[in-house]
Design a protein around this ligand. Structure first.
Ligand code: CU
Length: 149
C-alpha cells in the first residue's frame, strides 16, 4: 500500500471515530394522556443518561409539548412544537427539568440527569418556584428530585 493511500484512509477514519461515541444512546420519552404514573405524564419521567446521549420525546397522545425549565449552564433552552416528535442532545452534565406547558398544572413534568448534578443548587431554587404552579400531583416533583444522585 502506498503512503498516500494509507494517509487517505487515516483521514477518512479520524472524523468518524472522533464524532461517534461508542456509548451514545437515544432514550425515548412518551407523552401520554394516561400512563402507569397516572394522567398527563412523561414516561419514563426520570432518565439517567450519559453526556452525548439523545432524548427523543414521542407524542404518543396529542396535545403535548416539552419546554425546558432547568438546564445546566451552556445549554440552550428548548420548547418543542405541539405534537411533534423532537430529539434533544444532552450536551452538558447536570440535571434537566422540563414540563408540558398545557399540563403544568397537572404536574406533567420530567427530569433528566447526565453525570453529576453540578447544577443542584439552581435546580432546587427553581423547583421551589415552580412548585406553586403544580396544582395537582405536585408530589411528582418531589419524587423526581429524590431520584437525583
Ligand atoms: Cu401535556
Amino acid at each position: 500500500m502506498s503512503r498516500n493511500a494509507l494517509l487517505a484512509i487515516t483521514l477518512c477514519l479520524t472524523p468518524f471515530s472522533a464524532s461517534v461515541s461508542a456509548s451514545a444512546a437515544d432514550h425515548e420519552v412518551k407523552m401520554l394522556n394516561y400512563g402507569t404514573g397516572g394522567s398527563m405524564v412523561f414516561e419514563p419521567s426520570f432518565l439517567q443518561v450519559e453526556v452525548g446521549d439523545t432524548v427523543t420525546f414521542i407524542p404518543t397522545n396529542s396535545g403535548h409539548n416539552v419546554r425546558s425549565y432547568v438546564v445546566p449552564e451552556g445549554v440552550t433552552a428548548w420548547n418543542t412544537p405541539l405534537d411533534q416528535k423532537t430529539t434533544v442532545t444532552i450536551s452538558q452534565p447536570g440535571v434537566y427539568l422540563y414540563y408540558c406547558p398545557p399540563h403544568l398544572m397537572m404536574s406533567m413534568i420530567g427530569m433528566i440527569q447526565a453525570g453529576e448534578a453540578v447544577n443542584r443548587t439552581d435546580l432546587d431554587q427553581k423547583a421551589a418556584k415552580i412548585r406553586s404552579k403544580l396544582v395537582m400531583k405536585g408530589e411528582r416533583l418531589d419524587e423526581l428530585l429524590a431520584q437525583v444522585k
